[in-house]
Structures are given as structure tokens and as C-alpha cells.
Design a protein around this ligand. Structure first.
Ligand code: ZN
Ligand code: ZN
Length: 430
């Protein structure tokens, strides 16, 4: 009797263990295949012990929800694509944020400001831009940062660092001077309503032939530049060093000896990695020879990118400058893996890297599609110059104004009463 009881007990135990295993999903009764999903899920996100508890790691970066540690660097890819526009991927732009509060742009390619704005960082903190070269896919969204940030409350001028050119007309100074001339109507019609200073751009141009020269040194941060080989003289690459960390940003370039020499010992090394010739031909409408030249002579092929990274051995390598999608990324990845087997990110817009003493963590940022600008700690300065934006109206145009006071009168009165505004202020200044 006692033995029988023990047997029943053992059988009950076996049955309950089997049920528990089945319940945990270790054994899938339908397919008959063993599974280890439960174990992996626990390992991945951490155990959720209550139906009302928060789940731990989401593997995503939600901008604005994490403080940056004093000993930490964060890099956000705000553009990683190609010169032709694409809704889902902007052109080159990397934002580097340091634990000391400094933030730096490396390139500001076309369309990238949508990604930048989605991070909801006050424009006051986004005033330093380092340009690798003057192709539109590397500085084409300057207008959006310049005018957009100005209207949204930036309190100081933008500061741009960039290379000289083979002749003055091919340098950064010339480009920005004439950028401002091209946008003169924009400037003239805003200044007055907005203060003048945040509408200014100060340029520091340095010798593009300088090898590992210091182009910026402030607040414990050193930025160095060296030449790149891309489409003509005047392209450069950069390294930013701070607090024992080294960030390297290679602008467009054919593989070159300077990058091999000066990009060594990087925590994060970003370098272009162009589409394979076949992809440029198939998807980018290039003739076979043009595709070959673009992929392997003007830029760096995946195989060559891999050789570079195998040589400089960064803690973490980042490949960018290709439209990153299912049809392209695996071929490019395979090309890189022919020559490099170290840590690697295939950059996409809003990919984020946190760099600490423990290493480099890659995540994707999750952002709102409907971000607004965030006020900073410094209010925009007053309009000291006293410019009158209405001075660009002639009587001929102004007198064409149609009377809508009957339509908006009630709304206007309510608003002016609420904010104690004098209706006389609405009269055009002369
Ligand atoms: Zn380029
Ligand atoms: Zn480019």
C-alpha cells in the first residue's frame, strides 16, 4: 500500500513536471518540435513577474527619456543614405552627444533635419556643425537648421567648421557666404520679427591638406581632420576625442592612407560603404561603367570597407551611405564580411550608439512623427538692430490687402485681451 502510494506520487510528479514543461513552451505538442522560446524571452527582456508590472529592457532608445552619463557618449544617425531623396532614409548626418553637455553634427545631409527634430533637442544645443565636404547629401539640410532653428527659438549663431578647397571658390567659407546670399530674401524678411544674431553663421575654414590637424579644441573636446579622396580635392574625415573616448567620422572617400593612420584606436569608427556596382546599376539607374566607378573609385566598396576596419580595428565599426533595405543590405553585409569579422552596424536612420567604458551598445531610436521644437534654457535675444521686416513691402502690394476684420475680429480681441496686447502693435511699421 505504501509502495503503491509512492508510485502514484512519482507518477503525479512526472505528470505535473511534463505539464509544466508543456506550459512553458519547452515542448510544442502541435509540431512535436522542441522549443526554447521561454528561456530566450527571459534572457532577452528580463522576467516579468506580475501582469501589472513594467517589462524591463525594450531594446529601443526613446529620445529625451535617458540622461547621458558624465562618462558616456551617444551617437545618433540622423541620415545614412544617398544623394537622391527617399522618404524613409535621409542623407548623411551623425549627431554626437557628450556627457559634458556638448553636441556636434558631423554633416547635415539633405532631409536629415526631420530626424534631428524628432529627437526634440532644443535648437540652442545644436549649433556646431562639422562638414566633411560640400556635396548636397552632406550639407543639403543646412537651410532647415539655419532658418528652422532660428524661427523655433535658437538664441545664438550657427558655427560651421569645414575644409578649404583647391581654390577659394571651392571652400566651405565661400559655400556658406553664398548660401546666405542665396537665402537673402529669407533672411531679410525674417530679421526684425526675429533677432539678427541667431540668423548668422560663423565659419571656421581649415586647410583640407592638413594631416590630423586640430580644428577644434574646447571644453576637453578635440576634433582633428585629415584629407579624404573623393571627387576632387577638399574632402576630409574627422576624429573627435573626449574623456578617453574616440569617435571617428569618415566622410565620402576612396580608401586612403590617412584614415588608416589616424582612425586607429576608435571606440566608434564610421566610414562610408557604398552599394555594390550591380546594385547601383539595377536600382540607381547607373550605366555599368558609371556604377563601377562610383562604387569602387569615388567611394569605398563593401569589401574595401571591411579591409579598412580589419586594419584599424575599432571597438565598433559602422557602415553607411547605402539605401538600407532587405534587397541590398545582405549583399553589402556579405561583401564586408569577406574582409572583416569584427563588431559591425549596418547604419539606418535613427540608429543610436551609447559608448561607455563597458563598450558600445546599438539600439534604434523610437520617435514621434509629430515632434515640436523644445525651448532651451536661453530665450532668444531681442531684436537689437531694430530691423523692420515690413520695409520690403511697397504700397502697391500692401494696398492689395483684403479686409477680413469682420471674420477674425472676435478671435483677435479675445487673444489680445488674454495676453494684454495693444491693437496698435498690429499696424504696419514704416
Ligand atoms: Zn560626396
Ligand atoms: Zn555622399
Amino acid at each position: 500500500m505504501k509502495r503503491k502510494m509512492r508510485l502514484i506520487g512519482i507518477m503525479a510528479l512526472v505528470a505535473s513536471v511534463a505539464a509544466a514543461i508543456y506550459g512553458l513552451g519547452v515542448f510544442n505538442g502541435e509540431s512535436g518540435k522542441g522549443q526554447s522560446l521561454t528561456k530566450e524571452a527571459e534572457a532577452a527582456g528580463g522576467r516579468v513577474t506580475s501582469p501589472t508590472a513594467a517589462a524591463p529592457n525594450r531594446y529601443a532608445y526613446y529620445p529625451g527619456t535617458e540622461e547621458l552619463g558624465p562618462d558616456e557618449m551617444r551617437v545618433v544617425a540622423c541620415g545614412t543614405g544617398m544623394p537622391s531623396a527617399r522618404h524613409g532614409q535621409a542623407a548623411t548626418c551623425f549627431l554626437v552627444e557628450l556627457g559634458n553637455g556638448d553636441k556636434f553634427f558631423f554633416d547635415l545631409g539633405a532631409h536629415s533635419m526631420g530626424n534631428v527634430a524628432s529627437l526634440m533637442i532644443p535648437y540652442d544645443y545644436l549649433d556646431k556643425i562639422f562638414l566633411s565636404h560640400l556635396h548636397t547629401d552632406h550639407w543639403g539640410d543646412l537651410a532647415s537648421l539655419w532658418a528652422g532653428g532660428w524661427t523655433a527659438g535658437r538664441s545664438a549663431a550657427l558655427k560651421i567648421w569645414g575644409p578649404s578647397g583647391a581654390i577659394p571658390e571651392m571652400g566651405t567659407k565661400y559655400a556658406v557666404e553664398h548660401f546666405l546670399k542665396a537665402y537673402n530674401w529669407d533672411y531679410q524678411t525674417r530679421v526684425g520679427n526675429l533677432a539678427d544674431e541667431p540668423g548668422q553663421i560663423r565659419v571656421t575654414e581649415f586647410d583640407y591638406k592638413g594631416e590630423n590637424i586640430v580644428v577644434y579644441e574646447e571644453n576637453g573636446v578635440t576634433v582633428r581632420a585629415w584629407p579624404a579622396i573623393h571627387s576632387g580635392d577638399g574632402a576630409v574625415s574627422y576624429a573627435l576625442e573626449w574623456n578617453g573616448f574616440k569617435f571617428v567620422f569618415g566622410g565620402d572617400s576612396f580608401p586612403n592612407k590617412w584614415f588608416i593612420e589616424y582612425a586607429k584606436n576608435a571606440d566608434l569608427a564610421i566610414h562610408e560603404c557604398m552599394h555594390l556596382p550591380e546594385q547601383l546599376m539595377r536600382k540607381y539607374n547607373m550605366a555599368p561603367l558609371v556604377a563601377l566607378i562610383v562604387s569602387t573609385k569615388i567611394h569605398t566598396s563593401p569589401q574595401a570597407f571591411g579591409k579598412i576596419m580589419s586594419t584599424i580595428k575599432p571597438k565598433h565599426a559602422v557602415a553607411y551611405h547605402f539605401f538600407n533595405e532587405a534587397e541590398t543590405r545582405y549583399e553589402i553585409f556579405a561583401g564586408v564580411r569577406e574582409t572583416y569579422d569584427g563588431p559591425l552596424s549596418m547604419a539606418a536612420d535613427l540608429m543610436t550608439w551609447n559608448i561607455t567604458r563597458d563598450g558600445v551598445e546599438e539600439r534604434m531610436a523610437t520617435v514621434t512623427e509629430e515632434a515640436w521644437s523644445v525651448p532651451g534654457s536661453v530665450p532668444p535675444p531681442p531684436n537689437e538692430k531694430g530691423d523692420n521686416p515690413n520695409k520690403w513691402f511697397t504700397e502697391e502690394i500692401r494696398s492689395g490687402a483684403w479686409d477680413v476684420r469682420d471674420a477674425e475680429g472676435r478671435m483677435l480681441k479675445k487673444y489680445m485681451d488674454k495676453y494684454n496686447l495693444d491693437p496698435a502693435m498690429l499696424q504696419p511699421k514704416r
